[in-house]
Ligand binder design. Sequence first.
Ligand code: AMP
Ligand code: MG
Length: 342
Amino acid sequence: MKTEYYLLSECEDNVFERAGQIIREGGLVAFPTETVYGLGGDAYDPTAAERIFAAKGRPSDNPLIVHVARPSDAESFAVTNDTYYKLAEHFMPGPLTVILEKKDNIPKSVTGGLDTVAVRCPSNVYARRLIEAAGVPIAAPSANISGKPSPTNGRHVYEDMEGKIAMILDGGDCAIGVESTVIRLEEDGCTILRPGEVIARELARVVGNVYVAEAVTDPAAAGENPQSPGMKYRHYAPKAKLVLVDGTDEEFAGFINEYSGRCAVLSYSENLGDYKNALVLDAGSRESAHEQMKKLFSVLRSCDEIDCEIIFAHLPPKTDDFLALYNRIIRAAGSEVIYLAK
Ligand code: AMP
Ligand code: MG
């Protein structure tokens, strides 16, 4: 298949009309969002869902998120409630995904066989224009080959999807860089199934109690029957082995400088000069979860372009602000951690 590729900063409106038509006809369009790039198809079309799973090489029990232009558009295919609208008022459009009971018009292939559906209303202007032009809700997972780091720019999408889908819309770098926060609603609040830019203390102000699913920090807990199926899969992995290191900056640098093999280091921006023989990649400022999140997938992808046999990175703190980073990198590392602290 020939993939049409458009740089959105240089495009006319008719590109969105054409993209919307592709979606309505059952084809796939990759598009930018504020979190990562999505691989979109008509959420009402089971064949489109099958095409998405095929293009990604994704296991079909891993459900897709359904994207809408306005929070109230979820009424057409999901059972909403007051808590949903309260959350929408504070966080939508934006990087929050809410799990709701599904109606019959959403095929089970979209929800991985579940009776629930994930709803998100993105804030990225290009994503919103695409959904409006399509005139149907858009089912979209991240636009990467399953298992690879999620795409945060148009080049990443091209590397993974060229020749497999009808169109790629390139809207530049994603503002956030990790996927949306996914929550399930509870009687007295909500449970975070996947952490993201919207963090627990912000949610608590709106819904009361916020619980965090065990699998968020412990991938092994995802087990056979996880609450959020995506959490059980190995994810985001570069080709070389990634190992996390827990210790002070001095201990970390000492450990790297004693390592004799060809290694790469995901270093804090503040410490780029501390390593003698390693290939050093800038993972962002130690203090800024936002900066590290924005760079993470891109840095993991660039590890595939350098000659190294192992990659070392800091184990992030398990705090609210860094939880999304912790969750992604612990999966990318297959939970392999070296503890240096005595
Ligand atoms: P991705 O599209 O790659 O961001 O993955 C979407 C993720 O959202 C899935 O891997 C699931 O973990 C989660 N998800 C989607 N739909 C549901 C659902 N109905 N229930 C629980 N989690 C869901
Ligand atoms: Mg994904």
